[in-house]
Design a protein around this ligand. Structure first.
Ligand code: NAD
Length: 353
């Protein structure tokens, strides 16, 4: 398969591209990425120069560039991950979220539709457009219950509102124009190459450096955590075997309160790299809660298991240990990014998804 991956220099996109290229899942991969502050070409270091790997720096909202990318690369599938993805940034300024997540997805859909209409026979029938989205479109849960594929949308942040809008566009392009789309809504990811403004990497790196570990409110908000490589496996299964027009929820069966996540990181680091100044839980610092902070997200991923046989292979404990070990061994990647994150903090942005 020839696969065009948007947002392939981001956290999840780069994990996907490394799998597609290094495990030779795809015959050719073209990454289309604008390289915003969140895009890191160095995350694709191991793919550079490999047969079939290509990189195009372009904005998905650039209609001409997208039409040319489709015509030149001639993909069998598009996997669409490009997005503005950080909730706190969306609260500070929603314009890039509307532009990329809504306008960009619209432009990409139109480019894909025009290209798909020009295909014939099996190539047209087998073409797929997989849109990668979030469980945040469903809003906030109470103490019980799970998001399923039929949960009504109720986005509450500018980020989730623009992702919800992009999901609706994708569904409409299937219903109205017959474009063979697929969609996934996934819970919080974590793992290697995660930009250090997000809760888990920020906590790991601050804890390593003896800096305060900011936790919103009392740390009671619950998220379902999925190791990024498990998400990648799910995306490939949906692309290869999912039914056009369908949506699949992807989750980790790993609900944790934010404070539990931060404490687990402190305890693991204390074990792997003891701090002479004492246990790292001393660094935890509770900060004013995010406005409209959703209380709980939890995913029911039983459809993906029943139809495509997918289940996460990592528990939160094993995934977190792998993630921390990776950050300890790969400061070449995160060290240059730390200054950017602290610039973000000076703008009044706080860490966490
Ligand atoms: P990320 O912020 O790490 O990466 C986004 C990538 O998109 C970056 O490489 C960036 O340069 C690129 N990009 C942004 N605007 C662009 C534009 N206009 N044109 C081209 N490229 C552009 O995001 P991520 O965490 O890897 O998330 C990827 C996708 O998965 C997003 O659509 C996100 O909504 C979704 N998602 C993320 C999570 C999570 O926990 N991270 C969970 C569920 C779903």
């Amino acid at each position: 398969m020839r696969i065009l991956v948007t947002g392939g220099a981001g956290f999840i996109g780069s994990a996907l591209v490394r799998r597609l290229v290094l495990d030779q899942v795809a015959e050719a991969v073209l990454v289309v990425d604008k390289l915003t502050y969140a895009g890191e070409r160095r995350s694709l270091r191991d793919c550079e120069g490999k047969p079939g790997f290509g990189f195009l720096q372009a904005d998905i909202a650039d209609a001409e560039a997208m039409a040319k990318a489709m015509a030149d690369f001639r993909p069998d599938a598009v996997m669409h991950l490009a997005a503005e993805s950080h909730v706190d940034r969306s609260i500070a300024g929603a314009a890039p979220f509307v532009q990329t997540n809504l306008v960009g997805t619209f432009v990409l859909l139109e480019a894909a539709r025009a290209y798909w209409l020009g295909l014939e026979g099996a190539a047209k029938e087998n073409f797929r457009f997989l849109h990668i989205s979030t469980d945040e479109v469903f809003g906030s849960l109470g103490a019980t219950g799970y998001f399923t594929e039929t949960t009504p949308y109720s986005p509450r942040s500018p980020y989730s509102a623009t992702k919800a809008g992009s999901d609706h566009l994708v569904a409409a392009w299937h219903e109205t124009y017959g474009l063979p789309t697929l969609m996934t809504n996934c819970s919080n990811n974590y793992g290697p190459f995660h930009f250090p403004e997000k809760l888990i990497p920020l906590t790991i790196l601050n804890a390593l450096e003896g800096k305060p570990l900011p936790v919103y409110g009392k740390g009671e908000n619950v998220r379902d955590w999925l190791f990024v490589d498990d998400h990648v496996t799910a995306l490939i299964a949906v692309l290869q075997r999912g039914k056009p027009g369908q949506t699949y929820n992807v989750g980790g069966n790993s609900e944790r309160r934010n404070i539990e996540v931060v404490e687990a990181i402190c305890d693991t680091l204390d074990r792997l790299r003891p701090d002479a100044a004492g246990p790292r839980r001393r660094l935890i610092s509770f900060v004013t809660d995010r406005p409209g902070h959703d209380a709980r997200y939890a995913i029911d991923a039983s459809k993906l298991k029943a139809e495509l046989g997918w289940e996460p292979s990592e528990t939160f404990a094993t995934g977190l240990e792998k993630t921390i070990a990776w950050y300890l061994e790969n400061d070449w990647w995160w060290q240059p990014l730390r200054e950017r994150v602290y610039s973000g903090e000076r703008l009044g942005l706080l860490p966490a998804k």
